[in-house]
Ligand binder design. Sequence first.
Ligand SMILES: C[S@@+](CC[C@H](N)C(=O)[O-])C[C@H]1O[C@@H](n2cnc3c(N)ncnc32)[C@H](O)[C@@H]1O
Length: 281
Amino acid sequence: MSYYLTKLLPGLKEYVASADLRSDSDNGSYLLSVRRAVASYRHFENFKRDKAYNKILEHVSREDGQIYLDVLKSRDDGILEAARPTLLQSDVIGNPRKYDYAGESLSPTTLRYLKVASDLKRLFGGQIGSKIAEIGGGYGGQALVCDDVFKTEEYHIFDLPDVTRLVSRYLESFLMHGSYVTHTLNAAQVDSYDLIISNYAFSEVPKAVQSAYVRKVLAQSKRGYLTMNSGKSDHAGREGAKLTLAELESMLPPFEIYDEHPVTAPHNYIIVWGHEPGATL
Ligand SMILES: C[S@@+](CC[C@H](N)C(=O)[O-])C[C@H]1O[C@@H](n2cnc3c(N)ncnc32)[C@H](O)[C@@H]1O
């Protein structure tokens, strides 16, 4: 359906998957906002402020952004300095909401991507490997930060078909150090990766889809970093439809659980494997 038609007929909904295979973000309006950004440069220039898009991405609060920045400054691990060109570069595309942090205008979402990069550096001692995969890569913001900070060679992004087009449009706006490849789950073959990343994404797809990702991507990955917003039995709303923590323990490589900081929803946690013993966050 053309995006012009969706502008004329508000209330229209479009989905990728059949009802029982839909992720939390495949909500009928997210896909339309992604298609608008892919189809028209005018929308692409402002997609990070699209209301339907903000229900799924680009909704990090000013306060959480401040905490990410404080963590980055207190760790003093060079990520902030190394990524400063990326931070500014990434934010020229899509017109993100920015806030004033001690005189600097920064996007809190980009600060979160930097905090994740800092976590990876701490957990894996700076050795994340050269072949990285991310499930649910959004528009490619984490990919861009990892490319800049770690000089990753191959970065594989798994997402919905229309979203992979937005990833390409976004990443092609920059000059990357390494290469990126986009995949949909069905089109991908079983493969192994040095590190698999998934933040608020693997935990948002239904059980059957999670199981397929475990088989095709996660089980063979040497290292893992997954920010989870499902799996704990007392997590309201998503239980039953997603793999439980006990099921994940039987399916994934042996992992350790870390707290998410700042915690962005009750019962969130981070699954990590392949890290240095005793590494803290
Ligand atoms: C809440 S967003 C998180 C995005 C990104 N990881 C971040 O932290 O900003 C969820 C992501 O999962 C993606 N997604 C939805 N269904 C998916 C599926 N079946 N396979 C892979 N990704 C999916 C969405 O398109 C979106 O990029």
